[in-house]
Design a protein around this ligand. Structure first.
Ligand SMILES: [Zn+2]
Ligand SMILES: [Zn+2]
Ligand SMILES: [Zn+2]
Length: 170
């Protein structure tokens, strides 16, 4: 692990993902309790579904995976739950793929940068202060007020690069 800290950004294939999900739900429950916010069963379930993998998931895919009794509720319910989860920093929205991904650091509000693998869809979140500062100062020079400084970078993750064959998949 310590040999190549850059690669640790992407979770290894075959890691204990159940632990990621359990950890995310536990952190969210703890933060909600401290903030006096309600992690309702629907919000909790949507968070769990966002964390189903490290790849981003769209709102309609979330809805499709809900239990039948929740699915009867309008997509608006899922969107409202996602708004709540975003407001508390539990998930981020990736506009380039119109989908959501769980955040591993919901305790501290941050501007995030994402590396998005175009092959397997895995996403790694970086919180690199130098990028934030560069965007902030360049935008200030342009007289621009930044509201959504999320950076999305597409490419190939370490696992997909290791598999080689760059053009093997469509
Ligand atoms: Zn995981
Ligand atoms: Zn984050
Ligand atoms: Zn990949």
């Amino acid at each position: 692990m310590a040999a190549d800290p850059g690669q640790a950004l992407f979770p290894s294939r075959g890691h204990d993902h159940a632990a990621c999900v359990a950890g995310a739900l536990e952190r969210a429950a703890g933060i909600c309790a401290r903030r006096g916010a309600r992690l309702t069963p629907i919000r909790r379930r949507v968070l769990e579904l966002v964390w189903a993998s490290h790849a981003p998931i769209g709102a309609y895919d979330i809805l499709a995976r809900m239990e039948p009794e929740s699915r009867r509720s309008a997509p608006a319910t899922v969107y409202r739950a996602l708004d709540f989860l975003m407001a508390h920093g539990f998930v981020h929205r990736l506009s380039s793929v119109n989908a959501y991904v769980g955040c591993g650091f919901p305790d501290n509000p941050h501007m995030a940068q994402f590396l998005i693998c175009k092959e397997c869809g895995a996403v790694a979140e970086m919180d690199e202060p130098r990028i934030e500062q560069a965007i902030g100062s360049a935008a200030a020079q342009a007289g621009f007020a930044v509201e959504s400084p999320v950076v999305e970078v597409r490419g190939r993750c370490p696992a997909c690069r290791k598999e080689g064959a760059p053009d093997a998949r469509p």
